[in-house]
Design a binder for this molecule. Sequence first.
Ligand SMILES: [Zn+2]
Ligand SMILES: [Zn+2]
Length: 287
Amino acid sequence: MASKKPNTDDLIQRTKDLKLDQNAILSTQTDRFYPNRKEKINFARLEKGLLLFIYVYETAKSTLSSEIALWDHRVCFNMIKDGKCAKSSDQCHTEHQTTYRQSNLCPYWYINNSCKFDSKCKNTHHFEQVSKYHRFICTETEVDVYKLIRFIRNFAGHYIDSVISEKNDQQDLYKNIIVIMIHLVHVLSLKRANSIEHLNLFLEATTINQLVPEKDLLNELEKPYDIPEVFLELTMNFNTYWYRYDAKKQSLNFNRLSSEFLTFFNNIFREYYEGRLKSRGAKIAWN
Ligand SMILES: [Zn+2]
Ligand SMILES: [Zn+2]
């Protein structure tokens, strides 16, 4: 049977559909923050924020390293299970410094990230009662927020060898980094209600000016945001084509952080203001 020849109308419609599809793919969450999609972001737009996050991460690191080690699954399983390990800490490949204990933790889940028994496992596939042992990082949201700070700090050290496949991907990456920095500054810094002064203080005002107007921006910051999962990884090779605009995403609600966590970071932002910005005449952005 001869196949029916498509008529011109069909072809026009198909071409239209195709164009719509491409637009759908290229439209990402960063568009919610950039009213003008064609707005170009160059590296200078990121610089002030990157310097801030180097400081924030390096200041927070020593206090939070043993807590995040558990969530990264870098703590020795034996220490978690029994509080002791047959190997000495320099012989064991995993970290011994932890107070965390959980006797019913599944070793397959913890060590290999997969257990063939799934929900039928007699052991547990999540951490229990973390707040009994940890002071700051007790929930998945707090883990993800800390991982994002770590990511931005690492990116700051590697942006030069960061190879990005296409122009679209690089623009999307830069916009995503800025949007995530804005979320982080917004939740972690002290601030005045209904104001973006704190964003202009810690990031570049011209960078903030490229975004949607103040009211819409504050509104967007209340909603969850889809984070590219690659930003949450522990080790990353920036020399490969590591980022794509269509990378797998994970929704994160930045507004679910404990007061202990927030106070800890509020103080770091305050110190940064007092030590680095105040002397240059920058005005305080909170009461
Ligand atoms: Zn060990
Ligand atoms: Zn299991």
